[in-house]
Write a protein that binds this ligand. Structure first.
Ligand SMILES: *[C@@H]1O[C@H](CO)[C@@H](O)[C@H](O)[C@H]1NC(C)=O
Length: 252
């Protein structure tokens, strides 16, 4: 995809009118409402006309007209696009059909939404054009639709998002992982941005290049263990030396 910086999990509302014609021909019309922002501002309405698994015609509200995808389709849309009244009706579907239905879906989902847990960490990788890599892992959220993106000094990162992995946990929850490959610059701020139905505004997690607390704790525990070990070993050695010299000096 040409948009690697943003993961779009589109909400799709779909309604199809199925018409089966005799002799096994199959024809249907599909209405789709696509959006990814919770305020529904990026709503796109599509209406596609299919015949025997081939799409002949599609209305796209971003274009504001019908597009013919086959020779037959091209012929048909010429007339349809000239009918301004019809085109206006199609365009109005964004507000009269898509948005009210999406609003209804959003409301129904909102009280079932579960906030994700976000973890940002540095990962190592054998090859790649940049020396450093960060992984933003988002766990245990519902519903599935989510948007994960990156900011570098407040600017959206347009490239070098290397992989995106989405998984269903099998228990109604989902997880998603996004990796950012980058060349570190001193004093910069990198953040992972997560937008989900359970948030009022996107959650921004800043990358802290110092060691995470769990790592620091491990080092503290390890160092304490080492010091304790050295003290015990030294005490043992001193005790052994004293005993053995004592034996040599005072023979029976
Ligand atoms: C609708 O049209 C816009 C503008 O040309 C385009 O970016 C988008 O991909 C189209 N959507 C579909 C599903 O074809």
């Amino acid at each position: 995809m040409s948009q690697p910086n943003v993961m779009f999990s589109y909400f799709i509302l779909m309604m199809s009118a199925f018409i089966t014609i005799a002799d096994g021909y199959y024809c249907y019309i599909m209405d789709e409402c696509l959006y990814s922002s919770h305020d529904l501002s990026d709503m796109v309405y599509l209406q596609s006309y299919w015949f025997n698994m081939v799409m002949d015609i599609q209305y796209n509200s971003t274009l504001g007209k019908f597009v013919g995808l086959t020779e037959y389709g091209e012929h048909v849309v010429e007339g349809w696009n000239r009918n301004l009244n019809f085109i206006q009706q199609m365009q109005a579907q964004v507000d009269t059909y898509c948005k009210p239905n999406a609003q209804f879906l959003e409301t129904a989902l909102r009280d079932k939404a579960v906030q994700p847990k976000v973890m940002l960490r540095s990962v190592k990788r054998a090859q790649g054009k940049h020396p450093a890599m960060l992984m933003c892992s988002v766990y245990d959220f519902y519903p599935e639709q989510i948007k994960v993106s990156w900011l570098r000094d407040g600017e959206p990162v347009a490239s070098d998002v290397t992989s995106i992995l989405e998984m269903a946990d099998g228990d109604w929850y989902y997880q998603i992982h996004s990796e950012l490959e980058y060349t570190p610059r001193s004093g910069e701020k990198i953040s992972c941005v997560v937008d989900h139905a359970s948030f009022n505004k996107p959650m921004i997690v800043d990358w802290d290049p110092s060691l995470p607390e769990s790592e620091r704790n491990k080092i503290v525990i390890g160092a304490s263990g080492l010091v304790l070990g050295i003290v015990i070993a030294a005490a043992g050695l001193i005790y052994y030396k004293k005993k053995s010299t004592g034996r040599i000096l005072v023979p029976h």
